[in-house]
Design a protein around this ligand. Sequence first.
Ligand code: ADP
Ligand code: MG
Length: 621
Amino acid sequence: MPIRQLSETMINQIAAGEVIERPASVVKELVENALDAGASRVEIVTAGGGLNLIRVTDDGSGIPERELALAIARHCTSKLTEDINDIRSLGFRGEALPSIGSVSRLSIRSRTAASDSAAEIGIEGGRVLPVRPAAANRGTTVEVRDLFFATPARLKFMKGERAESSATSDVVKRIAIAFPAVRFTLAGSDRSMLELPAADDSAAGSLRRVAQVMGADFPDNSIAIDATRDGVHLTGHVSIPSFTRANALQQYAYVNGRPVRDKLIAGAIRGAYADVLPRDRHAVTVLFLTLDPAIVDVNVHPAKADVRFRDPGLVRGLIVGAIRQALADAGVRAATTGAAGMMAAFRPGATSYGHGSPANGHRSYDAAYRASVFDPARSSQRPLDMGFEGADFEQRGLRENEQAAFDAGPLASADARAGQDEAAETLLGAVLGAARAQVHENYIVAQTRDSLIIVDQHAAHERLVYEALKNALHSRPVPSQMLLLPEIIDLPEEDAERLALHSETLARFGLGIERFGPGAVAVRETPSMLGETNVQQLVRDLADEIADNDTVDTLKERLDKIAATMACHGSVRSGRLLKAEEMNALLRQMEATPGSGTCNHGRPTYIELKLADIERLFGRR
Ligand code: ADP
Ligand code: MG
């Protein structure tokens, strides 16, 4: 067959193969266009999961009638000037509309502020229909019907209506986070509706939008991030370590306002939390990177979700550093979800000896419910003067021997008690308050001015030992052991070169590495803490990581892991009775130690129950 030029429609269909994977990709492109046009409202309607209909209406700048034909012509854009290194809009390739128009029936109706009437153009399977007058307000409505009718092979790959609708909803949420001042609505044929009212562009507005999308409990369980390094600015929110998910889907990242899925950012988040989360848990994060468009390449893939940073090490370092710092500054802080779960557990009727939960299971104490089911003989709210015989009390109250153990402490003697009371009074103002008792041989009960604190003493102590070990580890060179025979590792030349460049840092972590001719390195020393270790694997992992991120965090993380294991063995086991001073000392140490709000495995080390909530439990509020 002779070589010949493909038809315009065929070229557009080939492009569509990459850009328009499914209905959600159409929605993404159309919403991006609306936002590039400066819209303050974007309305999306779909039917049949988007395969029958997608309609996006905006109140943006509109397209002049004479440009309608250009809008659906390939490589025609109003966004890119002469400089591919200076992309400030979401779109720039000029191929979304022609691609969509080559595989569906597309119409664009638009009106600019300068014009007193609207005009419309259509394109069906690549065939352009003439421009004609239409009625519309200022802005643009793009309608896509029968998506993929012209490419049945692609149509066959669509999942069910529900799956396509949910992919669309994800796309809208993802992009909406970056544009808090814009109102978004999304309606599907199954009457599902997503409504995101306009907030504003301030930090508070941004957080409000994040809460609309990610859930109202996120702001309470997250920390603000704001850091700058070498002209790269990072803002956003990250979850505290006790607020996690089983997958990384709730990690949103934006580069200059563009939603991206980026391995480097995901890796940096994992690295930042390596210390405080178990491997199978994931933080919830929203991160916005703002940087000079010239030092990030967004022209990597037609879908524009991939980016390449000119200096990946800088970006990774900024993210890891900022998140770690924020976690440390937030200090001891437990998740409110833990306390909420506890509230539920305490609620009358929620326990095994109760009467079943109230049907409307909401939080506030329902007086009518109480009146209808209150049974003094069985209620957990039994008046105290009813006597304590009965097995129930064993499950709820202090056991006698626990109280005795506590009373045997220094607080028991009257003299000591007076002094202690004074000290305790000032301690009430501390974050973790004054220790009052130890129960079940592992839980310290403490009191602040407005809350009750319960500390898991084993978890807390383990964390403190770990932090101390890590500090020791990173404040001076890590002890190393000499290998009897140096280990020679063959590597691609670039990897060997990169490792050699980092040899000084590696030496600080106890790994003695040097070039060994072309395409090889020799390892002469390894960190003693690692013990018998697979040196080949370690070095290859390090080479990969340097190539990806320009850091040697792998080694650091491995050493931290060992510190964590050692800490676990070296810490106070539950079961040890502590004196009041010991308990208070532990609380003070926790307050002074960054990251002590969670144990090494990411569980909270303490929970806090507000007095107001306790009073609610007793129906006092
Ligand atoms: P790109 O967004 O990469 O420029 P598109 O094919 O998505 O390419 O759109 C082509 C052009 O049509 C845009 O550059 C813009 O000028 C115009 N356009 C598309 N959608 C809209 C809209 N909703 N409002 C105003 N102009 C639009
Ligand atoms: Mg576009």
